[in-house]
Design a protein around this ligand. Structure first.
Ligand SMILES: *Cc1c(COP(=O)(O)O)cnc(C)c1O
Length: 457
């Protein structure tokens, strides 16, 4: 008999988690204003809020912490980190930052001017925030296919070359760079093909516009290229990643994703002007350029994480687990963004809570229901996260309204995944009786989803 698939690691340390009662969860959720970001972590049984900074570090990473050099300037930890980033990305200049958005803040402070236009295959919320707060415009040039959650194509995260060309030709001289996000988080952790990266790069070159790769999940993207794109079957993840980076001018990275650290990020580029420009902002915002808001030990763990998580077996274990959740949802007939993405499953809330009008935020309502059902904390990637249009101040209902279940790396077993799927099935089975959603009582002007206060209608 053929042996079944199993994880490429074993467990050395455990952390107890606790179930709760429905009555407890009702009280906690009300106190949190129906915003799961406001829950205490101990009020959660299985936490799928994010895969960011929530992974389990390896024994190699924990060992590296002990070797941290906490010198203010020129620590050995920095040089280990710098050499690893150079090896994985092929970029010469490296600036550490405390997380991904800090990398955006530092680099964009140099690159973005009021009135600029910045296209992207779908801007992540902090990326959009850092562009819009500088009075520039973030335009999504996502392929139309990405909006059809039921359509199954291998590279749903791709850039629409046609839409990109239109933005570039209509805004000549006003586009400081284009953002290429891998994998494309906003449309469901969907990968971008190497062919699309190559075409995007060619178009941008034609217009003299550089590319910043938002690389939070570049290793997962490389995994999908290896397993889905012709010609890459026999290449290693590291070879594929190097090729991906070779088509762009620089990168920002949230190391809390594919480098599997609890905190960390960086900027890397071959452009000396970008490096010098970003350095000026790193020092006041993040700290001196050889630590950028991180401890020496953090830089060590980051370097080891990058090295280990660009190996196929590690990624194979992870992405198969995400697929396992998708397979369960298929069994129960629950619609999600197909095919399964790299880090999360995005349930199409509009198709589940068909009786809840969009003005009452179906995905946020589904997030509340899933928590009440079993203490599973997912999050809304939908109309609340989309924020208001900066000019008209109207809610943006044009995109998808999704419930995201992000799977932390190396944290939960497939038994936990089965509990999550069963809880969602129970909500799904009573979907017809859910007719009202939530209303906003208070919101911040940007990135409102973290702190929004809601009431149940
Ligand atoms: C997480 C993320 C960021 C921001 O990184 P943080 O470390 O959370 O600040 C930027 N872009 C993408 C695609 C991300 O997933």
């Amino acid at each position: 008999m053929e042996l079944p698939f199993a994880e490429s690691w074993k467990i050395k340390m455990i952390e107890p988690i606790r179930k709760s009662t429905l009555a407890e969860r009702e009280e906690w959720l009300k106190k949190a204003y129906y915003n799961v970001f406001q829950l205490k972590a101990e009020e959660v049984y299985i936490d799928l809020l994010t895969d960011s900074g929530t992974g389990s570090m390896s024994q190699g990473q924990w060992a590296a912490l002990m070797l941290g050099d906490e010198s203010y300037a020129g620590a050995t930890s920095f040089y280990k980190f710098e050499a690893e980033v150079q090896k994985i990305t092929g970029f010469k200049y490296v600036i550490p930052t405390h997380q991904g958005r800090a990398a955006e803040n530092v680099l964009f402070s140099y690159l973005v001017k009021p009135g600029n236009v910045i296209p992207g295959n779908a801007h992540f919320d902090t990326t959009k925030g850092h562009i819009e707060s500088r009075k520039a415009k973030a335009i999504d040039v996502t392929i139309d296919e990405a909006k059809d959650t039921q359509l199954e194509i291998p590279f749903k995260g791709n850039v629409s070359i046609e839409k990109l060309e239109k933005v570039l030709s209509e805004n000549k001289g006003n586009v400081p760079f284009m953002v290429l996000t891998v994998t494309n988080n906003t449309v469901g952790g969907q990968p971008v093909s190497m062919q699309n990266i190559r075409e995007t790069s060619a178009v941008c070159k034609m217009y003299g516009v550089p590319i910043v790769m938002d690389s939070a999940r570049f290793a997962e993207n490389a995994y999908f290229i290896k397993t889905r794109e012709k010609g890459y079957e026999n290449k290693t993840i590291k070879e594929i990643a190097l090729e991906m980076f070779s088509y762009v001018d620089g990168m920002t990275m949230s190391a809390k994703k594919d480098a599997i650290v609890n905190m960390g990020g960086f900027i890397a580029t071959n452009d000396k002007d970008w490096y010098e420009g970003a350095k000026m902002f790193c020092i006041p915002f993040e700290g001196y350029i050889t630590y950028g808001g991180l401890n020496g030990r953090d830089l060590n763990a980051l370097a080891v994480g990058l090295e280990e998580n660009t190996e196929f077996d590690m990624l194979d274990t992870r992405i198969r687990q995400v697929k396992h959740l998708a397979d369960k949802l298929d069994e129960y007939g629950i619609p999600y963004q197909r095919p399964a993405g790299g880090h999360a499953i995005f349930v199409d809330a509009d198709k589940v809570l068909i009786n809840v009008p969009k003005e009452e935020f179906p995905a946020q309502t589904l997030t509340c229901e899933l928590y009440l059902e079993a203490g599973v904390r997912a999050c809304e990637i939908g109309y609340i996260l989309a924020d208001r249009d900066p000019v008209t101040r109207q809610n943006r209902f044009g995109g998808l309204d999704l419930l995201r279940m992000a799977i932390p790396r190396r944290v939960y077993t497939d038994n936990h995944i089965d509990v999550i799927a069963a809880a969602l099935k129970n909500v799904y089975d009573r979907r017809d009786s859910i007719t009202r959603g939530v209303a906003i009582e208070w919101e911040a002007p940007i990135m409102r989803h973290f702190t929004v206060k809601l009431k149940r209608l």
